[in-house]
Design a protein around this ligand. Structure first.
Ligand code: ADP
Length: 481
C-alpha cells in the first residue's frame, strides 16, 4: 500500500505543535507496518538544513508562473523518505511556517499552502520523473485541504483521499480573490464546494471532497459534529458523519522516554522512580525556584491561548500559590496571557517560573521534573502533553473533552482500587472546578504511596503509535475497498 502523507510540519524538521509530532511519528510507525509511505512537505529553510541524502527529483509546473523543484531526502532517525517542495520565494524565510517573525500570518499563506495542496495532487498521478503513484493521499489539516479538490478537478487519479483534522478551529479561510490564482473553478465557489461564508475555505474543501475524514480522537470526532465544537462546519460534518473516524494519536516513545531522555540530568523508569526527584531538583534550580522536594511543582507546556483554558489557571494561581504550589510554565501565544504569567513570575520568583518561547529541551525537563501537569483545555482534539505526562510519571489534570477524555482516567476510590487511575479530570472548564480538582490531586500527592500507584498506572500504559497506526491501516484498507 502506497501512502503519500502530506503535512505542513513534520518533527524534527519543523514544528509548531502536535501536528508535527503526529507527522513525524505516524509515517515511521506505518513504515514498520509495511506501508510504503512518503511524506510531502514545504521546503522551509530548517527542513532543507535538517534532512539527509538530498537528491533532485524533478521540476513541476504548479500554477501559472509558479514552478517548484522537488527533492527527495530522508528524515534523520526514522529514515522515512520525504519529498520536499523547494521554492525559495515561498518557503525559505525567517519566521515560522505560518507567521512572520513579528507574529502576523504571512499574507501569501493561501499560495504557500495552495502550492502544497496542488503538488500533492500532481504527485497522485504519473509524472516524467515520478512513477511512485500512491494508492492513498493522506492530507492533514487546512494546509492540505485543497488536495482532494484538485484531485477531483484533475479527474484522472485513482488514488483515494483521507483528510485528518487535527484542529477544526484552524480552517484556512481566505478572500474570494484567491480563486483565480489558486486555479480553483468559480463554479465550485458555493455551498456544495469550497465556499464558506463568502470565503475560500481550505478546510471546508477538504471535508467536502475527501473520500474519508479522520480526527485525532474518538470523542473529538463526535464533538466536531456539534455546534459547540464544530466552528461552523458541524452541519457539513453531520452530513459526512458515516465517513468520519476518530483515532487517538500515539506518541513517539523513543523521543519521549524517561529511561533514555538526553535532555534529563537523570533518567528513571516505572520500576525506579528515584531519578524523577533528581530531575525535579534540577528543574527547580534551573528555573530559580526554591529547590524543595516538598513543594508541589505544577508544569505547563502549551500554546498560551484561549483554547488551552489557561485564563482559568491564571485566575486560580493566587490561591494555589498561597497553598505553596510552584509553577513551571513554558509557552507562547496571546500577549495578555504571557503578560499575566510573567507578572506572577515577577511577584513570586521562588514559586513561579515562566519561559516565553519554544524550547524543546525545557519541555522535556518540565514534563519529567513536574509533579503534576495542567491542561484545562476548552477543547482538545487529542492533546499530546497528557500522554507525555503518563509516560513520565507526571499525572495530568485535564478537562473532560476530546482526546483528554479518551486518554485519562479520573482518580477516585474505585479507580485507585482497580489500578486504572491515571490523572484528574475537571468537570467543567471554570476556576472552581479546576481548583477543586487540583486540590484533590495535591491531597493524593501528599499520600505518596497512592501517588506512586497512579504514576505507575500511567507509565505502564501503552501510548505508542502501534495501535493507532494499525487503526490507520484499517482505515486505508476501507478506503481502497
Ligand atoms: P497543539 O498542537 O494544540 O498545540 P498538542 O498537545 O497536540 O497541542 O501538541 C503540542 C506539542 O507542542 C507538544 O509536543 C508540546 O510539548 C509542544 N509544545 C507546545 N508549546 C511548546 C513550547 N513552548 N516549547 C516546546 N514545546 C512546546
Amino acid at each position: 500500500m502506497r501512502v503519500l502523507f502530506v503535512s505542513s510540519e513534520v518533527f524534527p524538521l519543523i514544528k509548531t505543535g502536535g501536528l508535527a509530532d503526529v507527522s513525524g511519528a505516524l509515517p515511521a510507525a506505518l513504515k514498520t507496518s509495511d506501508v510504503d509511505v512518503k511524506c510531502l512537505i514545504p521546503g522551509y529553510t530548517s527542513v532543507l538544513e535538517k534532512v539527509e541524502n538530498k537528491t533532485h527529483l524533478g521540476t513541476l509546473e504548479v500554477f501559472n508562473n509558479i514552478s517548484c523543484e522537488l527533492i527527495s531526502a530522508t528524515i534523520p532517525n526514522t529514515k522515512v523518505e520525504v519529498i520536499i517542495i523547494k521554492h525559495a520565494g515561498l518557503y525559505e524565510r525567517d519566521g515560522g511556517p505560518y507567521t512572520h517573525p513579528h507574529g502576523h500570518d504571512w499574507s501569501d499563506n493561501p499560495m504557500r499552502f495552495g502550492v502544497l495542496s496542488k503538488v500533492a495532487s500532481l504527485l497522485s498521478i504519473y509524472q516524467s520523473f515520478w512513477s511512485w503513484v500512491p494508492d492513498i493521499v493522506h492530507c492533514n489539516d487546512w494546509q492540505t485541504g485543497l488536495t482532494p479538490y484538485y484531485m477531483r478537478q484533475q479527474g484522472i487519479t485513482d488514488a483515494k483521499t483521507l483528510l485528518s483534522i487535527h484542529n477544526i478551529a484552524f480552517q484556512g479561510n481566505f478572500e474570494q480573490h484567491w480563486i483565480q490564482s489558486l486555479g480553483l473553478s468559480p463554479i465550485d465557489f458555493q455551498i456544495d464546494g469550497f465556499e464558506f461564508y463568502q470565503q475560500v475555505s481550505f478546510l471546508k474543501a477538504g471535508i467536502f471532497y475527501a473520500d474519508q475524514i479522520s480526527t485525532v480522537s474518538p470523542t473529538y470526532a463526535l464533538e466536531i459534529q456539534t455546534e459547540a465544537f464544530g466552528f461552523g462546519l458541524e452541519g457539513l460534518l453531520q452530513i459526512r458523519s458515516k465517513d468520519i473516524t476518530g483515532i487517538l494519536n500515539g506518541i513517539d516513545t523513543d523521543e519521549w522516554n524517561p529511561e533514555a531522555d538526553p535532555y534529563l540530568p537523570s533518567t528513571y523508569s516505572e520500576k525506579k522512580l528515584a531519578g524523577k526527584s533528581q530531575v525535579k531538583t534540577a528543574l527547580q534550580e534551573a528555573l530559580h525556584l526554591t529547590a524543595d522536594s516538598k513543594k508541589p511543582l505544577l508544569g505547563i507546556v502549551s500554546r498560551l491561548t484561549h483554547q488551552k483554558g489557561l485564563d482559568i489557571l491564571i485566575e486560580s494561581m493566587p490561591e494555589l500559590i498561597e497553598l505553596g504550589c510552584q509553577f513551571a510554565v513554558l509557552g507562547g501565544g496571546e500577549k495578555s496571557f504571557e503578560a499575566q504569567f510573567l507578572a506572577y513570575a515577577e511577584q513570586y520568583p521562588n514559586q513561579v517560573a515562566v519561559t516565553i518561547g519554544y524550547n524543546e529541551p525545557l519541555s522535556h525537563l518540565i514534563m519529567a521534573g513536574a509533579d503534576i501537569f495542567i491542561m484545562p483545555s476548552r477543547f482538545e482534539p487529542c492533546g499530546l502533553n497528557q500522554l507525555y505526562g503518563l509516560r513520565y510519571g507526571t499525572p495530568p489534570v485535564v478537562s473532560n473533552t476530546g482526546g483528554l477524555a479518551d486518554s485519562i482516567c479520573h482518580t477516585n476510590d474505585e479507580t485507585i482500587k482497580n489500578n486504572t487511575a491515571t490523572g484528574f479530570v475537571i468537570e467543567n472548564v471554570n476556576k472552581m472546578s479546576l481548583l477543586v480538582t487540583i486540590k484533590q490531586a495535591l491531597s493524593i500527592w501528599n499520600d505518596q504511596k497512592t501517588w506512586k500507584k497512579i504514576q505507575k498506572n500511567g507509565m505502564k500504559k501503552d501510548v505508542g503509535w502501534k495501535h493507532s497506526a494499525n487503526a490507520y491501516v484499517e482505515l486505508y484498507k476501507k478506503l481502497l475497498n
